[in-house]
Design a protein around this ligand. Structure first.
Ligand SMILES: Nc1ncnc2c1ncn2[C@@H]1O[C@H](COP(=O)(O)OP(=O)(O)OP(=O)(O)O)[C@@H](O)[C@H]1O
Ligand SMILES: [Mg+2]
Length: 372
C-alpha cells in the first residue's frame, strides 16, 4: 500500500489529518487542560465561537475553489467549537444554582446548601457544571471584584474546578486542589498543613464556588470514599463557598445516603445539604428533543440546510444516539463537516449514516434496528 494513499473520505489524506482543519486559536497548541488555574482561566475568558457570516447562494456559487476551501475550513472550525445550546436542563440548573450561590454568598459561616448534578454518562453534566462556573466567575469579576480592595485584589480565584481521577486519599485530594490553585506544596506536607493552606487560599482568593466533577468515584461502600466525603464536608464547613458535585448515578453511589443503608440515609448530612438535579437523555418524540434538534440546526453553518429537516429525521437521530447529548452533538456537528466536504451542504440521512459514533450508540442503533 502506498504511504500516501487517500482514505475513502473525499479530500482526506491519512498522512496529513490536519490539512483541512484550522487549528486552535492564537497558538497552534490545543487548549490547556483545566486541571490548573491557567486552563480554567483560558476556558472562562475565551470568547464563544461565532458563526461565520453566511454569503448568499449566488455569492457562494461565485466563490473560487480556494475561497470555498477557506470558507469550509472556517465553518468546520466553528462546528468543532460551537457554544453550548441553552437546553431546558441547562437553563433551569443555571438559574437555580446561581440563585443559591448568591444566597450562600452572604450567609453566615458554616455548611451551605450545595448542588448535585446527577445523570448517566455523556448527558452533559460536565458541560453544564463548567458553563455554570464560567457564568459565575464572569459575573463575580464584573460585580464583586471591583468592590474588593478597590479592585486591587491580587489573586482572584472565585471558582475552583476539580475532576476526581478515581478513588484517592485525602492528601491526594488536597493536592488536586492546591495544584489547581497554584499553591506550592513541599513533598513532606501533611494533611492538616494542606487543609490550612486550602482554607486560607480560598479565603484570600475569594473562592465562593467549588465544582467537583466525576464525584461518582466516591462509591460510598468504599471506606476511603467515605473518608473523602467526610473531608469534603469538613472543607465545606470551613470555606464560604457553594459546592457543586457532578457525577454518574450519584444517587445510586450512596453518596447522598452516605453508605447506602436506610438508617444512614435518614441521618445523612450530605442528603440534607444538597439539592439534586437529575439530568437525563432526551426522550424520543419529546418536545425537548425536537427543540434541541431545531436549535442545533439553526446554529449550523451550512449553505443548503432547510430549517425543520432535522426534526423530520428525529426518530432516526434518536435511534442512532439513544437521546444522549454527547452522541447527538457529535452526530450533528461531524455530519455538518461531512456535508461541507462532500459539497451537499445539507444534513441528509445518508450523510448522517456516514458518521460513526461511540460504541454505546452504535450498539443501541443495532438493537433498535434488529427490533424493527
Ligand atoms: N447544552 C449543550 N449544547 C450542546 N452540546 C452539549 C451540551 N451539553 C453537552 N454537550 C456536548 O455533549 C458532550 C458530552 O457532554 P459532557 O462531557 O458534558 O457530558 P457528561 O455527562 O459530563 O459525560 P461523562 O459522564 O462522560 O463525563 C460534549 O461533547 C458536549 O460538548
Ligand atoms: Mg463529565
Amino acid at each position: 500500500m502506498s504511504a500516501t494513499k487517500k482514505t475513502g473520505t473525499k479530500g482526506f489524506n491519512s498522512q496529513d489529518p490536519f490539512q483541512n482543519i484550522e487549528i486552535h486559536v492564537e497558538g497552534l497548541l490545543p487548549p490547556p487542560p483545566i486541571v490548573r488555574i491557567e486552563g480554567w482561566q483560558y476556558f472562562v475568558h475565551k470568547p464563544n465561537a461565532v458563526r461565520p457570516v453566511m454569503p448568499s447562494v449566488d455569492e457562494f456559487v461565485a466563490m473560487s475553489a480556494k475561497e470555498k476551501k477557506e470558507f469550509g475550513k472556517l465553518r468546520k472550525k466553528f462546528h468543532s467549537e460551537m457554544p453550548l445550546l441553552e437546553t431546558t436542563a441547562l437553563s433551569r440548573i443555571h438559574s437555580e444554582s446561581i440563585r443559591l450561590a448568591a444566597m450562600n454568598y452572604s450567609a453566615a459561616p458554616g455548611a451551605r446548601m450545595g448542588i448535585v448534578l446527577d445523570g448517566l454518562g455523556t448527558v452533559g453534566k460536565s458541560s453544564i457544571a463548567m458553563e455554570l462556573g464560567k457564568k459565575y466567575e464572569l459575573s463575580w469579576r464584573k460585580n464583586i471584584l471591583p468592590k474588593i480592595q478597590g479592585g486591587n485584589f491580587s489573586r482572584p480565584i472565585p471558582v475552583v474546578y476539580a475532576t476526581l481521577p478515581g478513588i484517592l486519599t485525602i492528601s491526594d485530594f488536597n493536592r488536586l486542589i492546591t495544584s489547581f490553585m497554584g499553591i506550592s506544596v513541599p513533598a513532606s506536607a501533611t494533611v492538616p498543613w494542606l487543609n490550612d493552606r486550602i482554607i486560607d487560599a480560598m479565603q484570600q482568593c475569594g473562592t465562593s464556588l467549588v465544582i467537583i466533577d466525576d464525584i461518582h468515584f466516591l462509591q460510598m461502600r468504599n471506606r476511603s470514599a467515605q473518608t473523602i466525603n467526610n473531608h469534603l464536608k469538613f472543607l465545606a464547613s470551613c470555606v464560604s463557598a457553594t459546592f457543586v458535585y457532578a457525577g454518574i448515578n450519584v444517587e445510586g453511589s450512596g453518596l447522598l445516603a452516605e453508605g447506602n443503608s436506610k438508617e444512614n440515609a435518614f441521618v445523612s448530612q450530605t442528603q440534607h445539604r444538597f439539592k439534586t438535579f437529575p439530568i437525563s437523555q432526551f426522550t424520543k418524540n419529546s418536545s425537548d428533543f425536537r427543540a434541541l434538534l431545531s436549535s442545533f440546526e439553526a446554529s449550523l453553518a451550512l449553505m443548503n440546510q432547510p430549517l425543520g429537516s432535522l426534526v423530520l429525521m428525529s426518530d432516526f437521530i434518536h435511534d442512532r444516539t439513544a437521546g444522549f447529548m454527547g452522541a447527538i452533538s457529535n452526530l450533528i456537528r461531524e455530519g455538518a463537516n461531512v456535508a461541507i466536504e462532500d459539497g451537499k451542504e445539507q444534513l441528509t440521512r445518508s450523510i448522517l449514516e456516514k458518521v460513526k459514533l461511540a460504541f454505546a450508540s452504535e450498539a443501541h442503533q443495532n438493537s433498535t434496528t434488529s427490533r424493527k
